[in-house]
Write a protein that binds this ligand. Structure first.
Ligand code: ZN
Length: 265
C-alpha cells in the first residue's frame, strides 16, 4: 500500500480476486467502486480515496492478467453542484488511477452525465487513448418496460454513449427487477441501436432480505443456461454483477468455452 497508509484487510481482497481468477475470470475489476470522498465517508470510512484506489489497483494487479479500473456513479447531481471542487478532485484521481490499469469501466450509471463530466473535466487526451473505456448502464423494469433510473430506454442510452468517440463498448450491469432474461432483451436492443461492441454483467436477480442476509434468487446453473441466448444476441464480454460469486463465473466460463470452441471449429 502506497504512501504508508494502511488499508484494512488486503488479504481478504486478494483472496476474493484470486477466487475469481481460479474460477476462470480473465478480467478483474478493482474494488474501488464508489471510492470517492463522499462515498467512503457515507460508509464511515476514514481512509482517503487515493489510498483506497491505490491499494485496490495494486491488489487486483497482483492477481489478474487484465484489470479494469472500476468507477461507480460518483454522487448525485445535488452533491455534484454543491461540492464541485471535491467531485473534480475525486474524478481527477480516478482517471489518473485508471491509467495504471488496462482500461476503465464506468458502470452502474443511468445516463451519459458521468461520462460527459469525466471528459469535460479532464479532456480525453489526458487518458491514455490506447486503453479501452467501457460504459455500462443499470436498469429497472416498470409498467413502461425496461428503463434506466433516469428513464432512458436501452436504445436511447446506447445512442447517447455512442456520441463519445473514446467509448469502446457499451454494457449493462445489474438493476431493479432485472435479471439475465432482461439482459438478453437489452443486448438485442443495444445491437439494433449501436455498432459498439456490447458487454453484459448480469446480477443474480433482485435480492430479498431473509434470515438476516440478502439472498439472490438466481442460481449459477440458471444463469449459465441463459448464456447461449446472450452469445447468440452478439454479446462480446460476459461477467457478473451483484450476487455472482466465483461459482457463477466458473459456470459461465464452461458455457463460453464450449461456445468459442464451436465457433473455431
Ligand atoms: Zn450489481
Amino acid at each position: 500500500v502506497r504512501r504508508g497508509v494502511d488499508v484494512t484487510h488486503p488479504y481478504h481482497v486478494r483472496t476474493v480476486h484470486q477466487a475469481y481468477v481460479d474460477a476462470g475470470a480473465e478480467v478483474l475489476l478493482t474494488n474501488i467502486f464508489q471510492a470517492t470522498d463522499s462515498g467512503l465517508k457515507s460508509r464511515g470510512c476514514q481512509i482517503s480515496p487515493e489510498s483506497v484506489i491505490s491499494a485496490g489497483i495494486k491488489l487486483a494487479r497482483e492477481c489478474g492478467k487484465w484489470v479494469l479500473a472500476d468507477l461507480g456513479p460518483y454522487d448525485d447531481e445535488i452533491i455534484w453542484t454543491q461540492q464541485t471542487a471535491r467531485w473534480e478532485y475525486s474524478c481527477r484521481y480516478h482517471l489518473a488511477a485508471a491509467n495504471e490499469c488496462d482500461g476503465l469501466l464506468i458502470e452502474t450509471i443511468s445516463n451519459d452525465q458521468p461520462v460527459a463530466k469525466v471528459f469535460k473535466q479532464l479532456g480525453p487526451q489526458r487518458f491514455d487513448n490506447q486503453k479501452p473505456i467501457l460504459v455500462s448502464a443499470t436498469y429497472l423494469r416498470d409498467s413502461e418496460g425496461i428503463r434506466t433510473f433516469t428513464g432512458l430506454t436501452p436504445e436511447e442510452f446506447a445512442r447517447q454513449i455512442e456520441n463519445y468517440w473514446f467509448v469502446q463498448a457499451v454494457g449493462v450491469n445489474c438493476g431493479r427487477d432485472i435479471g439475465i432474461r432482461e439482459c438478453v432483451e437489452i443486448v438485442h436492443r443495444y445491437r439494433d441501436a449501436t455498432h459498439l461492441p456490447v458487454f453484459v454483467r448480469p446480477n443474480a436477480g433482485t435480492p430479498k432480505f431473509r434470515n438476516a442476509c440478502w439472498v439472490y434468487p438466481h442460481s449459477a446453473q440458471y444463469m449459465a443456461s441463459w448464456l447461449p441466448e446472450l452469445l447468440q444476441a452478439g454479446v462480446r464480454m460476459i461477467g457478473g454483477c451483484c450476487g455472482t460469486t466465483p461459482e457463477y463465473i466458473a459456470a459461465f466460463k464452461k458455457v463460453i468455452d464450449e461456445w468459442n470452441a464451436r465457433i473455431v471449429r
